[in-house]
Ligand binder design. Structure first.
Ligand code: PBG
Length: 323
């Protein structure tokens, strides 16, 4: 045998020398949930180790992440029901939880990178990402609201705007709205290819944001489709997105790989709540080694082509990488 692949695996240092993929803490974005109040830390039942945090607690958490070299955070607000309405107006309240949270975190940690969420669902009494009329989710009337949300978040200090709604045309509308309001330097990470997935369950529990009626299949993509992902990604590319995201990640490695080869932009993947919950549940039962499986899963997402990974494992992995 001239070719013996095992030679390149013969010991640890040889394997290190030839490894093709390596997760680094600078690849990771840590999603976090905000709630009102002081000193609040509520664990999310289906996401062990993840909490809804009041702003002061979120600041503490972010401080400890920064010490681990974890610098980028995706923030989501968990609102009380009485603040939700049809047009998601609480999203524009400068004294509301979310905009206040962004301002206070940026004030404490100007160097932390904040990826903020543009979508109506956390503030919508219908639990949808767009304006609901009868059984329809209206596209164009939603765009104006999304543009205003983006400007409000940028004014509060957001570094990257993350439209997670899947309305047609929203990246262009948000880019124009930001530019017209002197926020040329604020980036857009579009949830370009977001599937109507059953892996979002724990997240919807965390925010109590599940749709009150129907589902999200008229705006989020059908998981049976692959080519259609390129249409979505191309639109967002042409409308000015700075990053393209695929969501969820683990069942969509083919899509990540397609986007990486077709678009010269940084590609992000969202390792979503259900993917986190499955690993935590199996690990709790002693059926798998949770830490090792998490690292293997994140490495596979990067190997498929993701430059950036949003993951609830971010802090754990950052600790693991430090030791
Ligand atoms: C909605 C949104 C969702 C997630 C992020 N933003 C859920 C949904 O579309 O219903 C899911 C994230 C996760 O499951 O971790 N704008």
């Amino acid at each position: 045998m001239r070719r013996r692949p095992r030679r390149n695996r013969k010991n640890k240092f040889t394997r290190e020398l030839i490894r093709e993929t390596q997760i680094e803490v600078s690849d990771l974005i840590y999603p976090m949930f905000l709630i009102d109040g002081e000193g609040q830390r509520e664990e999310i039942g289906s996401m062990p180790g993840q909490f809804r945090l009041s702003i002061d607690q979120a600041c503490e958490e972010i401080g400890s992440c920064l010490n681990l070299g974890l610098n980028t955070f995706a923030l989501f607000p968990a609102l009380q029901d009485n603040l939700k309405n049809r047009l998601a107006t609480e999203s524009l309240n400068p004294e509301g939880l979310y905009l206040r949270g962004i301002r206070e975190i940026k004030k404490s940690f100007p160097d932390a990178i904040l990826l903020t969420d543009v979508a109506m669902d956390p503030y919508s009494s219908d639990g949808h990402d767009g304006v609901v009329e009868g059984d329809k989710i209206l596209n164009d009337p939603t765009l104006e609201i999304l543009g205003q949300m983006a400007v409000a978040q940028a004014s509060a200090g957001a570094d990257i705007i993350g439209p997670s709604d899947m309305m047609d045309g929203r990246v262009g509308v948000i880019r124009d709205a930001l530019d017209e309001n002197d926020h040329q330097e604020v980036s857009i990470m579009s949830y370009a290819v977001k599937y109507a997935s059953h892996f979002y369950g724990p997240f919807r529990e965390a925010l109590d944001s599940a749709p009150k009626s129907g589902d999200k299949k008229t705006y989020q993509m059908d998981y049976r489709n692959r080519s259609e992902a390129l249409i979505e990604a191309e639109l967002d590319y042409n409308e000015g997105a700075d990053f393209l995201m695929v969501k969820p990640a683990l069942s969509y490695l083919d899509i990540i790989s397609d986007l990486k080869s077709e678009f010269p932009l940084p590609i992000a993947a969202y390792n979503v709540s259900g993917e986190y919950a499955m690993i935590k549940a199996a690990a709790k039962n002693g059926w798998i080694n949770g830490e090792e499986v998490a690292l293997e899963v994140l490495t596979s997402i990067k190997r498929a082509g993701a430059d950036i990974i949003l993951t609830y494992f971010a802090k754990e992995i950052a600790k693991q990488l430090k030791t």
